[in-house]
Ligand binder design. Structure first.
Ligand code: ZN
Ligand code: ZN
Ligand code: ZN
Length: 228
């Protein structure tokens, strides 16, 4: 380790000050001082670093996410990647899906401040509308859409399980998609999922992942269909 990397490891990722005493670390190993322990990228959840961009008021993107924002064609490619993956794994989503992008502030008003997406109910004549945060890097968008598409799958099959099972199942799908994408940002999304202490989203995910690891995906799908 040379002096530069030694100093980089010991300086705040946002302001560059040498870290003495208290330091905070995110899932990717970036470290910040106490003052900057709120500077999270609104897309990936890393500390956003000195080269961050405020894309809309209050939403900061790290350099990596800013460079990986999908255009319209990229969004469509992401949706079709997820649909194909699910179809190959016995989870075909039949419905047409319409995406509507909103800012974090709009999402907070429409649904909740920590949501990144939700499915609007009831479905419209042109299919299911998925409301999703704008300005998400491709892998993060895939994380959110792979979760929401499994809600659509559950609605299509009239499956209404307890919340922890329904959300845990959606998170299991998102986990499998992140494993298949396997970029650092995708693996970071898994880190965040693993660290989620929420009784429904976090514990529900771990319950469903254990079932998947022990019995395989067909057994998980059969289990979900028992809630019809
Ligand atoms: Zn700092
Ligand atoms: Zn980011
Ligand atoms: Zn959900």
């Amino acid at each position: 380790m040379n002096l530069r990397s030694l100093l980089t490891n010991h300086s705040c990722n946002v302001c560059g000050k040498i870290l003495l005493g208290v330091a905070y670390q995110d899932w990717s190993g970036n470290r910040v001082c106490e003052e900057h322990n709120k500077c999270f990228c609104s897309s990936c959840g890393r500390y956003y670093g000195a080269k961050a961009t405020e894309i809309v008021s209050g939403e900061w993107l790290c350099e990596n996410c800013k460079n990986n924002l999908p255009d319209k064609a990229g969004v469509e490619k992401t949706v079709s990647y997820i649909r194909t993956f699910y179809k190959q794994h016995g989870l075909e989503v039949q419905s047409h899906v319409v995406l509507k992008g909103v800012t974090a502030a709009q999402m907070a008003r429409l649904y909740s401040s920590d949501a990144r997406g939700y499915v609007e109910l009831p479905p419209s004549s042109d299919g299911y509308h998925i409301i999703v945060r704008r300005y998400l890097a491709r892998a993060v968008l895939a994380m959110v859409l792979s979760h929401e598409l499994l809600h659509v799958w559950q609605y299509e099959h009239h499956i209404y399980p307890p919340a922890a099972i329904g959300e845990g199942f959606c998170n299991l799908g998102a986990y499998l998609i992140m494993q298949s994408i396997h970029t650092p940002t995708a693996m970071g999304q898994i880190e965040l999922l693993n660290g989620d202490t929420d009784a429904i989203y976090g514990e529900g995910f771990r319950t469903m992942r254990t079932m998947y690891e022990q019995n395989g995906l067909p057994a998980v799908i059969a289990y979900m269909k028992s809630f019809r």
